[in-house]
Design a protein around this ligand. Sequence first.
Ligand SMILES: *[C@@H]1O[C@H](CO)[C@@H](O)[C@H](O)[C@H]1NC(C)=O
Ligand SMILES: *[C@@H]1O[C@H](CO)[C@@H](O)[C@H](O)[C@H]1NC(C)=O
Ligand SMILES: *[C@@H]1O[C@H](CO)[C@@H](O)[C@H](O)[C@H]1NC(C)=O
Ligand SMILES: *[C@@H]1O[C@H](CO)[C@@H](O)[C@H](O)[C@H]1NC(C)=O
Length: 548
Amino acid sequence: MPVQSVMDKLKQWQSSGPNYEPVGHPEDGFEKEHTTNKRSRLLRPAIILGSLLAIFLFLSSGGHDSAKPIVSSKETLLPPAYLRMVYPVGYADANYCKTILSSAVLNYPEPMLIGFSGKKQKEENVDSTLDLAQRISRKTSILGIDKHLRNISTTRDEDLVIIADGLNTWFQLRPQTLLDRYFESNRDADERIRKELGANADVLSIRQKIIFGAQRDCSPWNAEDPACSAVPESSLPNNIYGAQTDAQAEEGKDSFAKHRPRYISSGFAMGPLKDMRKLYAAAAKRILGDQHLQDEGKVLGQLFAEQEMARESYKIPPASPFARLGSWLSSFWESASAVEDRQAQQLRETDLSREYAIGLDYASGLAFEAAHADGDMEFVRFGDAASVHAANAKHGIADSRISQIAPDVGASLPPFWTYSREILPPRNTSWTNVSLLTNAWTGVTPAIIQHDPSNQRTGSQRETWWANIWYQKYARKMFDVHVQSPIGAVAVSGYDAASRRQWWGIEDWKGGARNETKFWHRYEDVCGGTETEVFRDSRGPWYLPSNH
Ligand SMILES: *[C@@H]1O[C@H](CO)[C@@H](O)[C@H](O)[C@H]1NC(C)=O
Ligand SMILES: *[C@@H]1O[C@H](CO)[C@@H](O)[C@H](O)[C@H]1NC(C)=O
Ligand SMILES: *[C@@H]1O[C@H](CO)[C@@H](O)[C@H](O)[C@H]1NC(C)=O
Ligand SMILES: *[C@@H]1O[C@H](CO)[C@@H](O)[C@H](O)[C@H]1NC(C)=O
């Protein structure tokens, strides 16, 4: 079945790494009052469950063909938790507005902004070096994220945090698909870690919990730096881009264009609050302690490389025949409690301080990093054979990779499904009838597109793609619909059948974003003036719908 083979491909390619440390909770002292506050908020999911069930019933009663209910009333779920969107972003411009708008039309929760100072003031400075440096070097975002994560109660440790660059991120697929892929990628990585570390993977509790985007070049480090050479190879097949995979490009071509993504990208990260807090606390500490590490990409690259080096040391050394005989013999006479003691001893002696549970999204199913890779992408309407054929033909790949829509996309709530009967394409229009930006070499349709922060050129792919992204023509209406729709869980997902739960936004308000000190920045307040670029419909600024 071709659908299965797409899944298998994705499975086979996704992987990664990491772990997590079973020691105590990282600090977090302040804000206890916040806790009580939140507990009462958690009652909300129960109240709104009713309206959700209504949707699921609609979906399962044949409201349309392609979507399945995301939860059945028979299933036992863990208590609901929050999906926290955190966008580091200095100021609002058209790119910020696209990030906010794209997450809203797909029904992601409204985000928390880190380091935001409102509307961009000096337009004329767009291309100045100073501005570029400010855009790329984001030391302050690590400190801001760290501060924000520490300001959340440890009672919320199981919440999921998504960190996305607030100027360079476009959402393309539903939160349901993103979360399913996150958990799937973790499961696959854990399997791989178990193969590599043997019993130590479980004894030391080495798992993947945090996923970062994967990029082709190692910037801001240089290729010779240990932070680059120490990281593992991509888990994509080593001929994925043909015979030239990983080879230096011909003169005059982008020298990274055939490299498999292998390096950490700081533009997208996703993981449980507890693990993210530990990672960002470590990163913040380094930034403050070392003046050569003032860039978030540098710090995160270093932490990832150290984790990978530490993991090498957890590998069970290839035993000598004599030692193997010894352990075989001891398996006969060692009691279960002796085995436990030995493992406990091993655990105490292992230094897990460099284990952060980080892995990369090598298959780019969560977030596609466009830097040095935008030439690989095509807009594909999977239900249209001519569109699929054209995408394949353009890249001349012998065994065409683009065939069927990924099952986890097709099964999510259809693109134009809304509560209200707004004038949009039919709500049962399926995902196979909209154009999805898809990687021609891997066949993978990413949930998120992460643009290269250093590429702000006019006329770049970034600008032309916007007109083709599936919701752009309907964005104004879909934004209205989003703002008016009731609050509900945005996804139901989990690591395994026993750990599925509903995921809710933390924010009750819609059509904007909040900053660290809870100030609500309405979309229309900071995005006025961007509508020509964002909506491209000559209908002026977007305002909150009057019947809201
Ligand atoms: C959508 O629903 C309408 C009627 O409700 C039906 O006629 C149409 O065939 C459906 N379209 C798709 C793509 O399922
Ligand atoms: C796909 O959408 C277009 C318009 O958006 C519509 O005309 C067409 O009938 C749809 N096709 C299917 C198979 O739903
Ligand atoms: C920490 O959280 C509290 C309560 O939500 C909030 O009032 C305060 O502004 C936050 N402080 C920082 C620095 O984020
Ligand atoms: C949040 O926004 C308000 C209004 O612009 C501002 O006064 C406040 O300082 C901001 N908070 C932070 C932490 O930047």
